[in-house]
Design a protein around this ligand. Structure first.
Ligand code: FUB
Length: 346
């Protein structure tokens, strides 16, 4: 007679083989020896490169300003296929080599133009204000050399650069609460605005991400930052109180079948959402949820096409159980015939 113990072992093996059918990268972290988050993925020369934040243990209490996110450097990763070996190319930029920055090297992005790779990153300057910096390299893996000053007119966090088919480049940026976007609401920096606009603004339009066309040198903006409007199904701007749909942080733009897809995190409601438009400037109409909440407070993604399939890179805190110690992951992104993105439940 087969014992209960053997029965359970056989059952376990069955479960194991079920999971073994999935690519390892779809169930586990892409990297396990370091904590990595906010993955911006790109395909350069037929290879996938990932530019994440490098999370570290910090001796700082958790707060709404994100003081517990004390990242100091960036590593670059690459792989030749989804589910393949992930190579760590080492430290590509350290805060000690950024003349203007003091701390908190948050979510970066990279763009390639003019034979140069441009690494865009937010960091706090010595006054505690988030600015966007840029560093350059002739290799996608760095090392990157930082410009002496942040991009003039830049503020807040989470830069994401999109290069359109005609070669025009746009930078999207912004994040409320710890990302300080609300502090620029009146045109200049107002330290008293801690999280969002606060009481009395619930029925006003939500704060918007910002976008600016970039100059050909990719080092500066070609115009002042503009609002990225997200509209509801009636053409009205989403309201500040619409926490499940309004922009919080982590903007990304991609193009599919001639449409522009603006995607982002809703922060305190922990969703990844998207909106569609016909211009990189928007306005964008809210369409739906890309991913339901992951384990952990933050959620931040990128979307990239590789060999005819689309992928969502994201992170969660499942391994550490700590908000500020995250692991990047990847899942295939599927769409219906109309181009609507199917919601992923992690
Ligand atoms: O990694 C630090 C911050 O957490 C990022 O800038 C946000 O997008 C959130 O993921």
């Amino acid at each position: 007679m087969i014992s209960f113990h053997k029965l359970m072992l056989a059952f376990g093996a069955g479960i194991g083989s079920l999971y073994a059918q999935q690519a390892p990268s779809q169930v586990g972290p892409l990297v396990s020896d370091l904590y990595t988050a906010d993955p911006s993925a790109h395909v350069f020369n037929g290879r996938i490169y990932i530019y994440p934040s490098h999370d570290v243990e910090a001796d700082v209490q958790q707060d709404d300003e994100g003081g517990h996110f004390q990242m100091r450097d960036y590593h670059v990763y690459s792989m030749d296929k989804i589910g393949g070996k992930v190579t760590d190319h080492g430290i590509a930029l350290d805060v000690k080599n950024v003349p203007w920055a003091e701390k908190q090297m948050w979510a970066p992005d990279v763009a390639f133009k003019n034979g140069t790779y441009y690494l865009y990153f937010p960091a706090k300057d010595r006054e505690g204000v988030f600015r966007i910096g840029v560093a350059t390299s002739t290799s996608p893996t760095g090392p990157f050399i930082a410009e002496p000053k942040p991009i003039p007119g830049s503020y807040s966090i989470d830069p994401a650069v999109f290069i359109d088919r005609d070669g025009t480049s746009y930078m999207y940026l912004g994040g409320i609460w710890g990302g300080q976007l609300q502090r620029w609401f009146r045109g200049s920096y107002d330290k008293s605005l801690m999280t969002d606009l606060g009481k009395g603004y619930e029925n006003d339009p939500a704060l918007n991400a910002k976008v600016a066309k970039m100059k050909g040198d990719m080092l500066t903006f070609d115009e002042p930052l503009r609002d990225v409007q997200i509209l509801d199904e009636y053409g009205k701007p989403l309201l500040a109180s619409d926490n499940k749909r309004r922009f919080f942080e982590g903007a990304w733009l991609h193009q599919f079948n001639g449409k522009y897809y603006f995607s982002y995190s809703t922060g305190d409601t922990h969703l990844l959402c998207y909106a569609e438009g016909t211009s990189p400037y928007g306005p964008f109409t809210y369409k739906g949820v890309i991913m339901n909440p992951v384990k952990g407070w933050t959620t931040h993604h990128s979307i990239v096409e590789f060999k005819g399939k689309w992928y969502l890179f994201y992170h969660d805190s499942a391994k550490s159980g700590k908000t500020h110690l995250r692991n990047m992951k990847v899942r295939e992104l599927l769409r219906d015939k109309q181009g609507n993105i199917e919601t992923i439940t992690p």
